[in-house]
Design a protein around this ligand. Sequence first.
Ligand SMILES: Cc1cc2nc3c(=O)[nH]c(=O)nc-3n(C[C@H](O)[C@H](O)[C@H](O)COP(=O)(O)OP(=O)(O)OC[C@H]3O[C@@H](n4cnc5c(N)ncnc54)[C@H](O)[C@@H]3O)c2cc1C
Length: 308
Amino acid sequence: MIAESLLSSLRGKVFWNEPLSTHTSFKSGGRVKAYLFPEDCAEVCTLIRAFQEDRMPYQVLGDGSNFLPSDEDFSGAILNLANLNSISILEETQEHVLVQVGAGVGKQKLLFWSVENGFSGLEFLSGIPGQVGGGLFMNAGTHLGSFSNVTQKVFLVNQQGEAEEKVLSSDDFSYRAQSFAKNKIIVGGVLRLTHGNREEMEAKVRKMMAERKATQPLHSPNFGSVFKNPVGFSAGKLIESVGLKGYRVGNAMISPKHANFIVNLGGATAKDVLSLVDHAKKTVKECKGVELQEEVVIASRAHSARHS
Ligand SMILES: Cc1cc2nc3c(=O)[nH]c(=O)nc-3n(C[C@H](O)[C@H](O)[C@H](O)COP(=O)(O)OP(=O)(O)OC[C@H]3O[C@@H](n4cnc5c(N)ncnc54)[C@H](O)[C@@H]3O)c2cc1C
């Protein structure tokens, strides 16, 4: 087992036997043996090398806003990159502004920074929770765009604990997915923004926020969209059309406000959520002939998100 002395000597914080319910937006999950906040990319590399040597399973998480942890305890480590939180301008010309951003920067912080500086391109982030690393991993976005539209380069740490960088093309991204971070940790990226009109950007952001407030169950713990929108369909409308709004298993419920959200009524388990997910998939397939595919990363099913 990994030397506790190594973890204790980190400059970043370490929490032992930490409940994941305090680190996920759905507020569920078992405990993790070590929940770590490495201080910088060098500490991430050191940790990964030590985990590999000691065969300790590990995983990276951002704000846990699109992640359903297992109800079981996890005897490995979770890394949260919140300390990799710098934003810096690399290059500014009339055509573009290249911004380097750490994986741990909050998306809303980045959005407000860009609007404040009159840099356009990130308005699609309005109201999307979580960190930049999680956003790049999920290719998070809205009808206004996604990370694929602005990301030029990513900085990664591979399974050998080595730092890498990769210049990206649009082929590296797809709808709520990417192909560059399999078994890798994203530690930062370079985004290409343009100069924009601050008032227009503010108006766009305000409109998006108001739309979210009106249509999403933001006062109950949830993990955003449960399912991806199948081509030509809205997942929420499909689930609503088969009468599942308000359908409940244990303390997990398909939101009566937006059918592509599952809310935690208090103490919901992953088992409750998975029953709901499977029931919605089966019902939509039977009644509408459409296959739903999960957007939320489910720990017990997403082996690629966990390294061992
Ligand atoms: C109310 C609400 C509204 C939402 N609206 C939207 C929306 O409009 N559009 C949208 O796309 N999403 C939306 N989401 C989902 C979620 O916020 C996004 O997917 C977000 O980008 C996840 O970021 P995170 O830091 O929380 O990632 P997490 O949930 O912590 O992680 C998600 C996945 O990314 C991986 N990951 C995280 N960080 C890294 C890293 N540094 N390197 C490698 N892998 C990493 C994790 O292992 C996990 O597999 C919403 C969620 C909520 C709760």
